[in-house]
Design a protein around this ligand. Structure first.
Ligand code: AMP
Length: 399
């Protein structure tokens, strides 16, 4: 593979897989253009070098081929605005058909061509080789800048790479940063390495915890999933979230952690509520003696204090999942305190990576996204990476 920042794109047509799957309202106005903005640095570097850009993306979940609702044509004007008036943005009404072929062929240096939604072709998600090969013919160089789909072996995210020689395929700037940050945390971490895992369900996080048991020094487990662990150990958790079919798994994870000398930290106390409601009555309790009729919706004061101490002693921090129902003001304190502690540790030299939908939402809510080392854009992809799986989109470039 080549390194994007060192590659000279002069007179090259770069085929970039981006993630333009942005939310739009019923008037097709983009309600959050962060994903489009995130791809700009790669596009700008190619244009500046004197190359041209062919953008490939999916958009929504079209079921039966082309439809107006899922057409990427709705994004063209906004892309033109973002790219600036000096960069001409064109649109092809298909992805591998006549329009795409002729517009790609006639594309001039400095121009950007957006192809129609790849998922209008069922071959895309099937990872069809013929479809991937046709896409590959449109450009000279393949760039993958869509980390969010790196865990899918789709035609445009992985299969296409085999039609380019090693020096003509690479990660884009966004994806390169994702991969470098994730590798730094998983394989090149400085110890103590702390993983903070939260959120609702143990079942979603078993594989990630198992994989981290071979790497982390400490693992903090917060959020709704902590109560399954407390119940597994014989605690009383009232009406707190619990997966009864995962009690054995929780016990096994605690056992394995002991064997591997990894400290698992559960929240010793909780903020409890009499119902799952923003206006619920609130009290505090030890997490293993929550009264009947009450539920733990946030980590308590003692737990927060002890977690913050562990965070401040860590050199590498991975955070996935909130400590409580942070969407409600009464139960946001634990997550906010953890976010602030991660920011403070980062300021003191720790490397921190925040990933997974809700912890990203949390650092954004508390305006701390720029105070951590890296915020991952790929929820599912990042989770699978930390579960120890090989991501097809990464492997296809590296092999
Ligand atoms: P996940 O997608 O598994 O990371 O879970 C995130 C969701 O878990 C958020 O919407 C939180 O509101 C929710 N959550 C966190 N802590 C709790 C809790 N103690 N009880 C119920 N839900 C929780």
């Amino acid at each position: 593979m080549s390194k994007f920042s060192e590659y000279n794109f002069k007179d090259q047509k770069a085929l970039i897989r981006v993630d333009f799957n942005v939310p739009v309202n019923e008037k097709f106005e983009i309600t959050d253009d962060n994903r489009m903005k995130a791809s700009l640095p790669s596009i700008q570097k190619i244009v500046k070098d004197g190359g041209s850009v062919i953008l490939m993306s999916h958009f929504g979940r079209p079921k039966d081929g082309p439809s107006d609702k899922y057409s990427l044509k709705h994004l063209v004007d906004h892309l033109q605005q973002l790219a600036g008036s000096e960069t001409k943005v064109l649109f092809a009404t298909d992805s591998i058909g006549e329009d795409a072929i002729s517009k790609a062929k006639n594309l001039k240096p400095g121009e950007v061509l957006l192809l129609e939604n790849l998922r209008f072709y069922k071959e895309e998600e099937k990872g069809d080789e013929g479809f991937a090969e046709k896409l590959s013919k449109l450009g000279d160089v393949y760039v993958n800048d869509a980390f969010g789909t790196a865990h899918r072996a789709h035609a445009s995210t992985a299969i296409i790479a085999k039609f380019f020689p090693a020096d003509k395929k690479m990660f884009g700037l966004l994806m390169e940063k994702e991969v470098e940050s994730a590798e730094k945390v998983l394989h090149n971490n400085q110890k103590p390495f702390l993983a903070i895992i939260g959120g609702a369900k143990v079942s979603d996080k078993i594989l990630i915890i198992e994989n981290l048991l071979d790497r982390a020094t400490d693992i903090i487990i917060g959020g709704g999933m902590a109560y399954t662990f407390y119940k597994a150990e014989g605690g009383k958790i009232g009406n707190s979230l619990c997966e009864d079919d995962r009690l054995d798994t929780a016990r096994e994870l605690l056992e394995k952690a002991k064997e591997k000398n990894v400290c698992i930290h559960l929240p010793s106390d909780s903020i409890i509520a009499d119902k799952f409601d923003a206006n619920a009555d609130v009290s505090g309790a030890l997490s293993n003696t929550i009264p009947d009729g009450w539920m733990g919706l946030d980590i308590g004061r003692m737990a927060t204090e002890s977690f913050c101490k562990i965070i401040s002693n860590s050199k590498t921090i991975l955070w996935n999942g909130p400590m409580g129902v942070f969407e409600m003001e009464k139960f946001q304190h634990g997550t906010k305190a953890i976010a602030m502690a991660v920011a403070a540790a980062t300021k003191n030299g720790a490397f921190s990576l925040v990933g997974g939908g809700d912890s990203v939402a949390a650092v954004n809510k508390f305006h701390l996204a720029d105070k951590v080392s890296f915020v991952s854009t790929g929820g599912g992809a990042m989770l699978e990476y930390f579960e120890g799986k090989t991501l097809p989109g990464i492997a296809a470039i590296q092999s």
